[in-house]
Design a protein around this ligand. Structure first.
Ligand code: C2E
Ligand code: MG
Ligand code: MG
Ligand code: MG
Length: 284
């Protein structure tokens, strides 16, 4: 009897795995066509400077509206895109659209940058710098209005090569920020070598910010960033308590559901108009 129970459990477990595998295969298969069939779109999330009470910038976040599976989060399909190499054309698409949108906002008087997330994997392809340069040229965007978010997982690759690419990107006039700082392969020593303009404090620090340990760590990061001349942006800011604590710790730029969820361009319009006086002189 025990044996057959074991066998049943094995089957159930296997079926569960099967569903996941099938979904993943479907995602891989359909990802090819998603670009052509215009199933991707971008949502933008504001970053807010609490000190000056003004907009700091927007982050572009990709979404996929799958015809059958519905909206699929980047957390699910970006890893597949990385494995298949589709991350290159997908990133190019995001860059083109985000730059285009940034230009449109710029024409309406917005002077803040838009940031785009870069997969670490892109630093292993030969054409990343050229792609960025290309898109900036085609879209005729002021490079200082583009910011690229990278993550610490870059340390897993040839760090000399990555540092060289980052220098080339930055010499184009583009800003670079370190996303999810303090979680992954955190290496503070790396800050000495990697050319960046800002640190994004991972959401995990904002959660349970009241613990003494988190306080101490955030405090240290903020002090270090000041000396290194880096902006600090707190991720995952969801409530008044977060804002109060972060402000006390000297962190003044915040991103999270409290200020605004990632929104489609149409919703951003309303959001801007609701925050208008501090963002642009005329409403959009
Ligand atoms: P990320 O760059 O660290 O983006 C922050 C994520 O946290 C976003 O999830 C955002 O929707 C979510 N978030 C923002 N505010 C809050 C908050 O107050 N509370 C909570 N709980 N979550 C919040 P999203 O959009 O699902 O993106 C997940 C990750 O996927 C991103 O993390 C980024 O690493 C990646 N990603 C998104 N778009 C792209 C892209 O175009 N290219 C690449 N390579 N990666 C992307
Ligand atoms: Mg990001
Ligand atoms: Mg992040
Ligand atoms: Mg994150």
């Amino acid at each position: 009897k025990a044996k057959s129970l074991g066998k049943n459990q094995y089957c159930v477990y296997n079926d569960g795995m099967g569903v996941k595998e099938v979904r993943r295969m479907e995602i891989e298969k359909d990802l090819q066509l998603a670009l052509e069939n215009e199933q991707f779109y971008i949502v933008y999330q504001p970053k807010w400077n609490v000190k000056s009470n003004s907009l700091y910038g927007f982050e572009a976040l990709i979404r996929w509206k799958h015809p059958r599976l519905g909206i699929i989060s980047p957390g699910e399909f970006i890893p597949v895109a990385e494995e298949t190499g589709l991350i290159v054309p997908i990133t190019r698409w995001v860059l083109e659209n985000a730059c285009n949108q940034c230009n449109a906002w710029h024409e309406k008087g917005l002077t803040q940058p838009v940031s785009v997330n870069l997969s670490t994997r892109l630093f292993q392809t030969s054409s990343l710098v050229e792609m960025i340069q290309d898109v900036l040229g085609i879209m005729k965007l002021d490079p200082s209005l583009l910011e690229l978010e990278i993550t610490e997982s870059m340390v897993l690759f040839d760090i000399n090569d990555v540092v060289q690419q980052l220098h080339r990107i930055r010499s184009l006039g583009v800003r670079i920020s370190m996303d999810d700082f303090g979680t992954g392969y955190s290496s503070i020593g790396l800050l000495d070598r990697i050319p960046i303009d800002a640190l994004k404090l991972d959401r995990l620090f904002t959660e349970d910010i009241n613990t003494p340990k988190k306080h101490a760590i955030i405090n240290a990061i903020v002090l270090m960033a000041e000396d290194l001349n880096l902006d600090v942006i707190a991720e995952g800011v969801e409530n008044h308590d977060h804002i109060e604590q972060l402000t006390q710790l000297g962190c003044h730029v915040m991103q999270g559901y409290f200020y605004g969820k990632p929104m489609k361009v149409e919703e951003i319009k309303d959001w801007i108009n609701n925050h208008n006086t501090t963002i642009v002189t005329s409403s959009i």
